[in-house]
Design a protein around this ligand. Structure first.
Ligand SMILES: *Cc1c(COP(=O)(O)O)cnc(C)c1O
Length: 390
């Protein structure tokens, strides 16, 4: 490594005020709820108002719940598959994408991804369909649009439910400008601390299907429809969002378009600055830029270490390991001392493109709406320096 680090002061990040859009609106929202003394959304108006505002943004009914994982669990419960049925998904995602499959006694089946974007490959998904497949969960990784048109066609050919995990893809679109989250039967969003907008934890789901919506609402609230009496119609948990969270989420939702726009502009600047370099850069079209991915030759761990040493924090592969390489899939008990519902091994080599990305070629940079042109310039110079050092 040559000389002083390119960047001497920390870039704004999601664990500090400078890297989050939390301000007067969120402060007022919290106080409004506290002053009302109604903190539970069953009795207040904030979560219902958040649902209306989300519905207006996505053009279909919305449900507020306690996390992105909870939203995906609502979706899995609403699919109403049988124990032992299969759900096809990607091995590159947060554990929240697959935990709900296991929680509903389903078997996650991992299909391989596109070697450049890391998004599910519809051909690999179709090849993984069996007589037990009931649903596909597609993740728009880092905010890049997955091939939802191709996946919708696969789902329709085989009678499967398509769920979009939009936790990283707030207001992302396809290359032709259609909103991600409107291709799936259900789409799920997260308000966790690291996402585009946050209320600490929180989730939202949207669906245009009234039957799915009603099953999700029941599952979120103890199977209790609240229209009369205290009757529990089905198994349900308590995944309600609180009023404090909902009030903050409403203020944040009002800022999400600006957050995404700023992230896209900054990403465009970085792509322009690096276009001639010969590292793999993300396609800008429709990308919501939760993170900024690079595809490198010569070892992603070395790249991540070198960039971090230059003052530009980077991580190799986004995940330490693919979802299926975690102990829970590799032999640990799932329920009690049993592996049920898992009925198969998930060997190394299952998804070669995904393994290549995580182990060798993918480097991800945290991305933030607060990045200035100077910040992006420093990031570009650090990448050029690491590239030049070979
Ligand atoms: C964050 C995330 C989740 C889980 O959301 P939580 O709110 O943390 O439960 C699920 N899927 C993806 C792709 C995520 O990035």
């Amino acid at each position: 490594m040559s000389g002083a680090p390119v960047r001497r002061t920390p870039l704004p990040g999601v664990l500090e005020p400078a890297g989050r859009t939390i301000g007067a609106e969120e402060r007022a929202a919290v106080l409004r709820v506290l002053d009302s003394a109604v903190l539970c959304s069953t009795f207040g108006g904030e979560a219902r108002a958040l649902e209306d505002e989300m519905a207006a943004l996505y053009g279909r009914p919305a449900m507020a719940c306690s996390s992105g994982t909870a939203a995906l669990h609502l979706a899995m419960a609403a699919v109403r598959f049988e124990p032992g049925d299969e759900v096809i998904t990607t091995p590159i995602s947060d554990f929240g994408t697959v935990a709900p499959v296991l929680a509903q006694n389903g078997v996650p089946v991992f299909a391989d991804v596109d070697p450049v974007t890391g998004n599910l490959d519809p051909v690999a998904v179709e090849a993984a369909v069996t007589a037990r497949t009931r649903a596909i969960v597609v993740v728009h990784l880092f905010g890049a649009p997955a091939d939802v048109v191709g996946l919708r066609a696969v789902a329709d050919r085989h009678g499967l439910v398509l769920i979009e995990d939009c936790a990283q893809a707030w207001l992302g679109t396809t290359a032709s400008g259609e909103l991600l989250g409107t291709f799936g039967d259900i789409a799920c969003f997260s308000l966790q601390q690291y996402k585009h907008i946050t209320a600490g934890d929180g989730g939202l789901a949207v669906t245009a299907d009234a039957e799915l919506e009603s099953r999700m609402r029941l599952f979120m609230d103890k199977g209790w429809d609240r229209s009369g009496g205290r009757k529990h119609l089905v198994l349900g948990l308590n995944y309600r969002m609180t009023e404090l969270v909902a009030a903050v989420a409403r203020a944040q939702l009002g800022k999400v378009a600006g957050v995404v726009k700023r992230r896209q502009e900054a990403a465009g600047e970085l792509v322009d600055a690096l276009r001639d370099l010969g590292v793999g850069l993300p396609s800008l079209a429709g990308h919501a830029f939760w993170l900024f991915p690079l595809i490198v030759a010569g070892g992603n761990r070395r790249w991540a270490d070198r960039l971090t040493a230059e003052g530009v924090p980077a991580s190799a592969g986004y995940l330490e390991r693919l979802l299926y390489a975690n102990p829970v899939f590799a032999g640990a008990p799932v329920y009690g001392t049993s592996r049920y519902p898992l009925d198969r091994a998930y060997p190394v080599g299952l998804c070669p493109n995904a393994e290549e990305l995580i182990d060798r070629t993918l480097v991800v940079l945290p991305w933030n709406e607060a990045y200035t042109t100077t910040d992006v310039d420093d990031i570009a110079r650090a990448i050029r320096k690491v590239h030049a050092d070979g």
